[in-house]
Design a binder for this molecule. Sequence first.
Ligand SMILES: Nc1nc2c(c(=O)[nH]1)N[C@H]1C(S)=C(S)[C@@H](COP(=O)(O)O)O[C@H]1N2
Ligand SMILES: [Mo]
Length: 263
Amino acid sequence: MGNLKNNASPASVYAPDAAAIIKEAQRELGSPARRLFGRRMLSLGGLMLLSGCELKSGNAVETLLRRVSRLNDEAQALLFDPHTLAPTYPESMITRPFPFNAYYDIDQVPEVDAETYRLKLTGRVKGKSVWSLAELGALPQRSQVTRHICIEGWSAIGKWGGVPFSYFLSRAEADTAAKYVAFHCADGYWTSIDMPTALHPQTLLTLTWDGNTLPAKYGFPMKLRIPTKLGYKNPKHIVAITVTNEFPGGYWENQGYNWFGGS
Ligand SMILES: Nc1nc2c(c(=O)[nH]1)N[C@H]1C(S)=C(S)[C@@H](COP(=O)(O)O)O[C@H]1N2
Ligand SMILES: [Mo]
């Protein structure tokens, strides 16, 4: 990101808190953008020229950066190869203890009752729309050891097991031509993904961690594990899933994290 730093001066001319804007720009213009533009990062000045925007107020900058981030989503969607697999690891490499992360402390983890729990499907779904844990557990299960990468700067290897999500979507007769799948969680968190990622062979609706029932801290009763996406795109404690053509956004995404969030 050196170029952004070196070209910090144009931003300071136009906007009051250049440092914050540059930091935001660095976050928004993550690695996929770097891949797209080669090693020549766009400076804020370059972005201004490209967009025809004058970065006079913080608000204009934010609007511009959001537009760039959406462009970044499109670029990542284009670069995403549904047949490319994320690396898998031997069980000996599993990170123990595995880190906990959420937008709250560990003592606030939601408690979901296994007996009364029901997963609800809404939106473009024709089949069974209410699922108990026993019904989900009776579907074919697979497990994989993959690396979870958090945008906050840590990663950890874990083993998750569950139902291939593409299989689940087809069993539920979901419209797999729809654009998005959104996830609503017991703790109020929500996120959404593109359909090609939902159908990716490594995207699993997981019920176990390390061979045992998913512990509360890791998302009981269910975490969507997507090894091709960053941690914040891996919802825990899912209670409802919506298949939709309306852009759903997400908890962190609506605060500026890039929506596609590929890893
Ligand atoms: N429901 C819910 N899901 C969530 C989050 C959250 O706060 N609530 N945080 C996300 C983030 S940022 C990360 S890094 C991972 C952390 O998962 P872990 O606790 O299993 O490490 O969960 C993701 N899914
Ligand atoms: Mo994260």
